[in-house]
Design a protein. Sequence first.
Length: 267
Amino acid sequence: MPPLRTALLQSSGRLGDTAENLKQLDEAAARAAQGGAGLLVTSEMFLTGYALDLQDVPGLAEPADGPSAVAVGEIARRHGLAVLYAYPELAADGAVFNAAQLIGPDGTALANYRKTHLFGGFEQDVFTPGDTPVVQADLGGLRVGIMICYDVEFPENVRAHALAGTDLLLVPTAQMHPFQFVAEQLVPVRAFENQMYIAYVNRTGPEGEFEFVGLSCLASPDGVTRTRAGRGEELAFAEVDPELLAASRETNPYLRDRRPGLYASLA
């Protein structure tokens, strides 16, 4: 099974302008495909921007099968690569979720994830937390999982993915100053201790009251950061190699040596 070349779109797009952000996604998908990528991953809330006024979020939110999903499907199909995009999802009952959806290279929806751990007052005031911690899809022979930002900072969350067989964990994020150590240190450790690849894709620059730090990365199960973006707009590439994954899992015994009976108090 060949490696899956993955493109990380480190960008904040344009705040409140879904049409412009879809245009930027289309342009990035063209560059990613030209660079040999089979998967493109965006930052958290890429389609609308993150630092929105509370009253604007419901009007920008869309169903998982709404017009933006159709547009992203067309982008994926036209450029022949899968796309993981992040957006505010409007549910049938009117609830709004901080969500991310994986679209396959044929334009079909593969998985939709709702952020389970909401960060700070803004998110908790406007979004409903999701209640499904492990959402997965198969892509290019890999088991792909999805999380969003703060979710990856809970070790139980990532371990649940490891136990469910996730090979590549996609994490759109809106990581802000002064928490850059998450991108620099925590994410590679999560990849190593759970024996998986993690694609952590951030926003960048000032937006409202926030200063996003960039530093998007793809970390591998041997603890090595295979690519690391800087602080500005960037399209970074790295390989997700099934052979390295298998060899690392054979060498590292974390999951085999677990003693779950000792951990009952964690729940």
